[in-house]
Write a protein of this length. Structure first.
Length: 440
């Protein structure tokens, strides 16, 4: 069901209910006013007959019984019956022949059945006579229905006109949404550019902004996949070529040369394995995969786990300085990401720090946990600091794959942290700040 039809049904139903209630109220009031007017006509006719009786040269009782007058003599409207009787019940005059009597000892209005027909009567005592005027209910209802029908026709026409205008108005109101739909329909399947639709109302602008944000996320996802594919193709080509070459050498030689070729092939396999792991880790961090396992991890636990995993088991050169409060400060980020980021920093420090010790200091303050990693290597040139977190960037002395610090930067961006480098003559200092929360 289209939005236009849905809105038309909802608003049209509301319109119909309101119009029906208003029309019922109006017609009910009109009926009451109509019946009141007809009753007032009976009263006016009775008083008029009383005035005519007062103008007679002799009393009406002198004319004898069974005297009958026409409607013209009584001057009452057509279709209305009038009867004049004495207070004793004798009919003195009547413009309507019937077997029964219409008068009543009580003054006022009354509903009666005379000769099988329902009448609305009004009795008025005037001197020594009683005047009764009457209308048939059938004629009153027929008049009332004709008036109600005449009043209902404009209401019905107005209702139909309102529904028609509502349908046209909804079509005009939904035109910006239709333009937005047409703009999406004209786009290419691979297009991720922001959608541009001019003249949108304020209610549709958030929808357009949300749609463009979705396109932006899709573009970023496609870009990450493309970069992962390009990086994998670029970085794995060389190790595979080296492994293939050494295996060919091992096949054609014997002795020490063969063993050396196999050892080099194994080293190439290990390097390719590390590169693949780093690429997959980077893709997971930059993607939408959740690392939250629901387990809270303190700063001390993260530091000790990172030291245990660093250096491929050769972590004896790492010196940890840990305050007592670190065991009570919990990170507000997934523990696997915190451990992976700190482990990569320690691996980098062990690789470039030579044989000197690597220092890891943990500081907790102002809702942040600061992991300070310091090596005593040659340091990094100032102009190269900005390239440290680029993918596959290596200086001349590096033997890694160039993804470790890129992964740390991706984790920092994902978890609202901060990463700073400070290169000095006595080594490189790296500060990893991550958000923390107090825990027991």
């Amino acid at each position: 069901m289209s939005l236009r039809v849905r809105l038309s049904l909802i608003l049209g139903s509301v319109f119909i209910v309101i119009w029906v209630l208003a029309a019922a109220w109006m017609l009910r009031d009109l009926r009451q006013q109509m019946m009141f007017s007809l009753d007032q006509r009976l009263v006016a006719s009775a008083r008029m007959v009383a005035g005519l009786i007062d103008q007679l040269p002799q009393p009406l009782t002198a004319k004898g019984q069974d005297a009958h007058f026409s409607a013209d003599q009584f001057s009452v409207p057509d279709g209305m019956a009038c009867q004049v009787s004495s207070l004793r019940g004798e009919i003195l005059a009547s413009n309507h022949k019937h077997d029964g009597t219409m008068d009543d000892e009580r003054s006022g209005f009354r509903d009666q059945t005379i000769d099988g027909a329902s009448w609305r009567t009004f009795t008025y005592n005037h001197g020594d006579v009683r005047i009764t005027t009457a209308d048939r209910h059938q004629e009153r209802e027929a008049l009332n229905q004709s008036i109600l029908l005449a009043a209902s026709a404009p209401v019905l026409m107005a209702l139909l006109g309102s529904l028609g205008l509502l349908w046209i108005g909804l079509g005009k109101g939904l035109e910006p949404l239709n333009r937005m739909r047409d703009a999406l329909r004209r786009r290419r399947a691979d297009s991720v550019e922001p959608l541009q639709v001019a003249g949108l109302p304020s209610e549709l602008q958030p929808l357009l902004d949300t749609q463009n944000q979705l396109f932006l996320r899709i573009a970023q996802t496609i870009e990450r996949e493309r970069r992962l594919t390009d990086d994998a193709a670029h970085e794995l080509r060389s190790p595979l070529t080296v492994i293939k070459t050494h295996l060919q050498v091992a096949r054609m030689t014997d002795g020490a040369v063969r063993e050396q070729a196999l050892e080099h092939a194994e080293q190439g396999t290990d390097r390719m394995h590390r590169t693949l792991e780093q690429l997959l880790m980077l893709a997971r961090v930059e993607g939408s995969l959740s690392f939250d396992d629901g387990v809270q991890c303190s700063a001390e636990q993260v530091a000790r786990q990172a030291i245990e995993d660093a250096g491929g088991g050769d972590n004896r050169r790492i010196h940890l300085r840990l305050p007592e409060a670190a065991a009570k400060v919990y990170l507000s980020m997934p523990a696997p990401l915190a451990v992976a980021a700190l482990r990569n920093l320690l691996d980098n420090a062990l690789r470039h720090g030579g044989d000197a010790a690597v220092e890891l200091e943990v500081q907790a303050q102002d809702g942040q946990v600061d992991f300070l990693v310091r090596d005593h290597g040659p340091g990094i040139a100032q102009e190269d600091l900005e390239h440290l977190t680029e993918r596959f960037w290596r200086n001349g002395q590096s033997g890694g794959c160039g993804l470790g610090l890129a992964i740390v930067q991706a984790i920092v961006q994902r978890c609202a942290g901060n990463l700073r480098f400070d290169s000095r003559a006595d080594g490189l200092r790296v500060s990893l700040q991550v958000p923390a929360r107090s825990g027991s």
